[in-house]
Design a protein. Structure first.
Length: 158
């Protein structure tokens, strides 16, 4: 598909993708294809992206704003675990295992994101296997980084 046939929404999504470090190794054509399988969303301050226990159906990348990751404590209250800003990702596990969300995520400031649903990824991988592999490798890197950070924090607490 030529750039002239790219919709305004796809062009805006591609513009968001260009500015995210995870996609820095992707060329313009790959970003154009990827943007057709992704969408962007905006959250107002205080709006929930998802609640712990919700079915995981998408992976998201913060373009602007701040998200707070919260985990429900035994007392029932949500404890803040992390703040996510531009370039951060959330929901990587949903793309891999489609399990329920392990935490709650709320916008602490108005936030713009680009998202890739599990169905969108499946279609992308079926139509463009090399691009699907490239995306899944980036997701695996993100999961690996998160696991290393978590392991370091756990070691510090021991």
């Amino acid at each position: 598909m030529s750039p002239q046939q790219v919709s305004e929404t796809e062009e805006e999504t591609r513009s968001f993708l260009i500015n995210l470090p995870i996609f820095s190794s992707f060329n313009v054509e790959e970003l154009l294809v990827l943007s057709k399988h992704m969408s962007y969303l905006h959250l107002d301050q205080g709006e929930y992206l998802f609640i712990e226990g919700d079915q995981g159906t998408f992976l998201g990348f913060v373009v602007s704003g701040i998200l707070e990751v919260q985990k429900k404590a035994d007392s029932g209250e949500n404890i803040p675990l992390a703040r996510l800003t531009k370039g951060s990702s959330i929901g990587e596990m949903a793309l891999i295992d489609k399990s329920p969300r392990s935490a709650t995520v709320v916008a602490r400031k108005p936030t713009t994101m680009v998202t890739l649903t599990d169905k969108g990824f499946d279609i992308l991988a079926e139509k463009y296997p090399p691009l699907g592999i490239k995306v899944i490798k980036q997701v695996a890197r993100l999961l690996s980084l998160n696991m290393r950070r978590t392991s370091s924090k756990l070691a510090d607490l021991m």
